[in-house]
Design a protein around this ligand. Structure first.
Ligand code: UDP
Ligand code: MG
Length: 348
């Protein structure tokens, strides 16, 4: 780790045309105050349908510190981060959302902590400004995943962080298709610490994370970092077996005992009907539920086996020049594009 590392800032962008000018202004001026420059900003346009890409390309054609990578369609925020990490060239990399919820002015504080000898310094979100319901959901999620995960995942830390070059390389080479980067970031180990950073409101525009995308991110977090949902099936199944055995013993006892010797409450109810209905519907429900859980894991195995890339790159602008990669995908275990891109990609 160098004392004044060259920084790259990795930013995913999806329909953020209202924010981009302010974003670029604040990020570049934050970087200008830091030694070790010129630093770099890698923006990945995640298939925006507004003018985000044009604005970014225009900016990148005027400023060689900017790298703009565009996707062939919308792949999602995590793939956008993953792509950005393939194009960064810095000794240390800042991961930061593109809506200015993560304040660029805090980069200096992250860097200062990083220079104390950490590989990862992640921002811990304090004073979230989202609405009440969303805050409760985030809260529950981070607590649940912390309990379930086999890797310790720091609570309330998102993607905003500074990470060392070796961690970047590990994240890039991690072949998970369902990337939950903040999870893998924690999983790689080394010296990590958190820094409390206030999370602002989004600068302009609406959230680009629909409820569906948010739930998918949450399930990626849970299912790729925990086997406990599967173990729960064994546990609840075992408990069910015990209950079923008790019921069976009772049924045999009731069958063999003359009716007038049975306790009063059994003599009155039509024998077995209620218990039967309750047991059948309950166990059918439990089985279906865990079939779904098993299905989640099988689905993930399926996705991994197919080995499709998690994103496809359309265009890249670097050093003010635009090119179209001949190898637009990287599957995580391919060679990195550090240092001007691979030879076949420089042909346009
Ligand atoms: N984003 C993206 N692709 C998507 C959704 C979001 O690249 O499909 C980007 C978005 O532009 C922003 C960051 O990911 O820079 C975080 O998204 P957002 O602020 O909408 O999520 P929230 O902060 O509301 O959870
Ligand atoms: Mg946001």
């Amino acid at each position: 780790m160098t004392a004044t590392p060259k920084l790259s800032v990795a930013i995913p962008v999806y329909n953020e045309q209202e924010v981009i000018p302010e974003l670029l202004r604040r990020v570049t001026s934050a970087l200008d105050t830091l030694p070790g420059g010129p630093h770099q900003v890698v923006l990945v346009d995640d298939g925006s349908s507004d003018n985000s890409l044009e604005i970014l390309q225009q900016a990148a054609s005027e400023d060689e510190r900017l790298v703009v990578v565009s996707f062939s369609r919308n792949f999602g925020q995590q793939p956008a981060y993953a792509a950005a990490l393939e194009y960064v060239e810095g000794d240390a990399v800042i991961m930061m959302d593109g809506d200015l919820q993560d304040p660029p002015e805090q980069i200096a504080a992250l860097l200062q902590k990083y220079n104390e000898g950490y590989d990862v310094v992640y921002a811990i979100r304090v004073n979230r400004k989202e609405n009440f319901v969303k805050r409760i959901c985030y809260n529950v999620f981070y607590r649940v995943i912390q309990r379930l995960s086999s890797t310790p995942l720091p609570r309330d830390s998102g993607d905003f962080s500074i990470i060392s070059r070796r961690v970047v390389n590990l994240l890039v080479h991690d072949a998970d298709r369902h990337r939950y980067l903040r999870g893998i970031r924690s999983w790689v180990g080394f010296k990590q610490t958190g820094l409390e950073v206030e999370r602002n409101e989004r600068n302009a525009g609406e959230t680009k994370y629909t409820l569906r995308k948010l739930l998918r991110l949450a399930s990626d977090g849970i299912f790729s970092f925990s086997l406990i949902p599967l173990r729960l099936a064994t546990l609840i199944g075992s408990l069910s077996v015990i209950v079923a055995l008790l019921l069976a013993a009772f049924a045999v006892y009731a069958k063999l005992t003359p009716i007038d010797k049975l306790p009063g409450f059994i003599q009155e109810i039509p024998p077995g009907f209620t218990a039967l209905i309750v047991a059948i519907s309950f166990f059918a429900g439990v089985q279906l539920m865990f079939l779904g859980v098993v299905g989640e894991y099988v689905g993930r195995v399926f996705e991994e086996v197919k080995g499709r890339p998690s994103f496809i790159v359309d265009q890249v602008i670097r050093n003010k020049t635009q090119w179209t990669p001949n190898t637009p995908t990287h599957t995580g275990n391919s060679t990195n594009t550090i240092g001007g891109g691979k030879a076949d990609e420089l042909t346009s």
